[in-house]
Design a protein around this ligand. Structure first.
Ligand SMILES: CC(C)(COP(=O)(O)OP(=O)(O)OC[C@H]1O[C@@H](n2cnc3c(N)ncnc32)[C@H](O)[C@@H]1OP(=O)(O)O)[C@@H](O)C(=O)NCCC(=O)NCCS
Length: 179
């Protein structure tokens, strides 16, 4: 119902429990593409994922938003973690292949960061990704985040343990960035 323009005929909007059928169809298009790079629970069961996010949002925690391109759900961004008390959050993202290469996730993540820092007064936003996820770390870099460290072999996937990067940006850095 409410949505924010992302440019190029794309919009960012809430992704809610009633949209489970559409989210499941989208995940069927996205699953193999995102599987190595996201937590297994996110793609396992579309309805359960939407319900989990709705419950956490009701407690002012995690939140999920869809990215629509010309009406079709092509991906999204989320607060995988959000704590007003701690003043910090973590942002995550995904796209099906048709949504890549257009800047949607960078622009959508910037909207989440603006809301977290400006509207909610948070101080710190993190971005976690597998160290070999070049497209994801490129988004963190484009958002002006700093690579703070690497958790060694912290990301198990199909019998291999991968390094995990922690990127972050602070509220004053976000306010001072070149727009
Ligand atoms: C990570 C992921 C979301 C990044 O997608 P992406 O399309 O590279 O990121 P964006 O939507 O920000 O788009 C950036 C791309 O669009 C291009 N672009 C076009 N217009 C742009 C604009 N106005 N602003 C920014 N970038 C723009 C950029 O040049 C870049 O393309 P390039 O990498 O070929 O140079 C995607 O690869 C994905 O879903 N991967 C699998 C799941 C995953 O890894 N999730 C993250 C877990 S940590």
């Amino acid at each position: 119902m409410f949505s924010v323009p992302l440019g190029d005929d794309a919009r960012l909007e809430p992704l809610e429990v009633w949209q489970a059928r559409e989210f499941a169809d989208h995940l069927d298009r996205a699953r193999e593409h995102v599987r190595p790079w996201v937590g297994p629970a996110f793609i396992a069961d579309a309805a359960a994922t939407l319900k989990r996010y709705a419950e956490r949002q009701a407690a002012d925690g995690a939140r999920l938003f869809g990215i629509r391109h010309r009406g079709t759900l092509v991906g999204g961004v989320m607060f995988t973690d959000f704590s007003a008390a701690a003043g910090s959050c973590e942002i995550g993202c995904w796209l099906e292949p048709a949504g890549e290469g257009r800047g949607f996730v960078t622009r959508a993540s910037a909207i989440l960061l603006d809301w977290a820092f400006t509207t909610r007064g948070l101080h710190r936003a993190e971005w976690h990704c597998r160290a070999d996820n070049d497209r994801s770390s490129a988004v963190a870099k484009r958002l002006g985040m700093t690579l703070e460290g690497v958790r060694r072999e912290a990301w198990p996937f199909e019998g291999v343990r991968y390094d995990k990067q922690i990127w972050a940006i602070l509220a004053p850095e976000w306010a001072a960035r070149d727009r």
